[in-house]
Design a protein around this ligand. Sequence first.
Ligand SMILES: CC(C)(COP(=O)(O)OP(=O)(O)OC[C@H]1O[C@@H](n2cnc3c(N)ncnc32)[C@H](O)[C@@H]1OP(=O)(O)O)[C@@H](O)C(=O)NCCC(=O)NCCS
Length: 222
Amino acid sequence: MADTRPQVILREMTLDDIDQVFNLDRMSFPTPWPIRTYRYEIEDNEHSCMFVLEPVGEPPVRAKTASPRWWERLLGLGNGSNGNGHHATPFLSGYSGMWHIADEAHVSTIAVHPEWRGRKLGELLLWSMIRQAMLQQAAQVTLEVRVSNSLAQGLYRKYGFEVMGLRKGYYRDNGEDAYMMAVMRLDEAYRARLNGFGRALAQDIHVIDRWWGQPSEEPLPG
Ligand SMILES: CC(C)(COP(=O)(O)OP(=O)(O)OC[C@H]1O[C@@H](n2cnc3c(N)ncnc32)[C@H](O)[C@@H]1OP(=O)(O)O)[C@@H](O)C(=O)NCCC(=O)NCCS
């Protein structure tokens, strides 16, 4: 039977990706990282891993959950049109980053192009980062998320993240609080759970992995 799963390439971010990642960042967050920060993360920060997802073939006609904001519509972003009635194919469909310091891995950023949301790509990015964290012997994974971002919190909860505390006024654009969330025990039980998620993901997405093994394989040696 033909393989109808969408295909994506998962790979390390390079300097050539920065312009596109910066655009994705602007579509996804009120305060995007400056371009020099991406350069630093790729070239200089030895604690940082940055990843991108590159779709293979046509983008979806309409995303399941994407709801373009007014400025995305104005710029012809987020609804698949470039404003002239032509379809703008996004070259990168998502990106993410992680810092690994001592025994802690910290999700520094994660975003999926509005046109590709609701198709498990955010989950694939998170899965990949946790797997990387485990391969690097991290004991825990942490992150911050806006208290209003219930969608992202849903994804994190699915992967066992729990709220560990609140950072008051953490976001400088509107002074919103952040939840600190963490998976505190990357143990054998969690490894088995992650492997199960990897197998489920492989049913929905064909990952051409230029970084690690396929999600359909046992992601971590037992
Ligand atoms: C958060 C984000 C990365 C999720 O990516 P995505 O590709 O749309 O999400 P997925 O399709 O992989 O969804 C995976 C899980 O997320 C949760 N989720 C996704 N869409 C959801 C929705 N509309 N409502 C509630 N939960 C949702 C679910 O737990 C889902 O698992 P399920 O499909 O088994 O129910 C994406 O929405 C995004 O880029 N948002 C803007 C940037 C951002 O907020 N980043 C997080 C910063 S902390």
